[in-house]
Design a protein around this ligand. Sequence first.
Ligand SMILES: Nc1ncnc2c1ncn2[C@@H]1O[C@H](COP(=O)(O)OP(=O)(O)OP(=O)(O)O)[C@@H](O)[C@H]1O
Ligand SMILES: [Mg+2]
Length: 233
Amino acid sequence: MLTLKSVNVEIQNSTILRDISLTVAPGELVCLVGRNGAGKTTTFRSIMGFVKPKSGGIDWKGQSIAGMKTHQITRLGIAFSPEESEVFGDLTVAENIALPTETIKTERSAEERISLAYQIFPKLERYRDRSGMHMSGGERKMLSIARAVALDPQLLLLDEPFEGLSPAVIPSISEGIASIRKLGRAVLMAESNGYHIPDYADKVIVIERGEIVFGGTVSEARSNQMVSRIIGG
Ligand SMILES: Nc1ncnc2c1ncn2[C@@H]1O[C@H](COP(=O)(O)OP(=O)(O)OP(=O)(O)O)[C@@H](O)[C@H]1O
Ligand SMILES: [Mg+2]
């Protein structure tokens, strides 16, 4: 469904991504892991059209999306929940979740999309009227992911959904990601800590200094010494 073919990205004359090739199939959960600065966010930003690759191809459902604008890519069914949770502080939780249904129309009704978002993180339902400004870090993460779900995407890019969260909140985020996948939506998530790779991931890809150095199943990743050295776990 999503295919990156030998993507090269240069920023200010230094190579940030080198020959990145990866695929995400429909409904698949793929975990892109690598240390801080390895190139995970740059990979996501290239897919979303924020960064223009110097060479290589990015195809979505057989169509090239390289060079497209971010809003066009979103319209085609790819949503992005950035590392720094994207939440509007002056809007309530309910307003934050409803917003994507106003900006992007899909075949599903707004009501259906909003209820899907609450289904992923039921806790948000209780906070409907709370202002985005008064959410904890974990709640902001949930809201940011819920907003991406309300876009009704076929593929969600989640950049470090567990980063900076206390161990107590991690299970509810993890359950949310599992339920997104149960809805049949594909997920490509970035992670810098091997301990956070979900057991239910279909594929693990390891990125190191802008290059992919490993691709395999979760158990292959966990028993690979090089992978453990890079990301622990
Ligand atoms: N706009 C930019 N200008 C200059 N360098 C950049 C820019 N964006 C990214 N880089 C560099 O590219 C490399 C990869 O960064 P990237 O943010 O993709 O890493 P990451 O794997 O997401 O790391 P983290 O786990 O810390 O989020 C880093 O060395 C970073 O400093
Ligand atoms: Mg990053």
